[in-house]
Design a protein around this ligand. Sequence first.
Ligand code: ZN
Ligand code: MN
Length: 138
Amino acid sequence: MDKEKIERYRKLGLKMTPQRLAILEYLEGNTSHPSAEDIFRHVEEKFPSMSFATVYNTLEALKEKGLIIELNIEPGKKRFDPNIEPHHHMICEKCHRIFDVFEDFSVDLPPKYAQKFKVKRSQVVFYGLCSRCAEESK
Ligand code: ZN
Ligand code: MN
């Protein structure tokens, strides 16, 4: 990761340790929507002494700074998305891969609800089978 980026994270008040850097590097441009366990397993290869708590705390800190989004799409397992641009998701119920949907379509709350609720953001989740799993289950 280049110095400029590291400096930017520092300015946001994130303590930059080699472990944290490895986590950030893994997340950068990652479109697999990894869970904390996935991230831990990956970074552990490089830093065998790293604890799961380090991964967890780093993810919490990044989330707090608005640098990653926590997805609660998969039951019982938080997934993380470094792409903070508004977008939607599709999750395969068989292999649990999560795909991005960047198409811009709006979902409007019907007026009777909108009167009593100020919407800040919304996200649509499509549940189903990815093409790979659909092919396998034929
Ligand atoms: Zn699948
Ligand atoms: Mn995404």
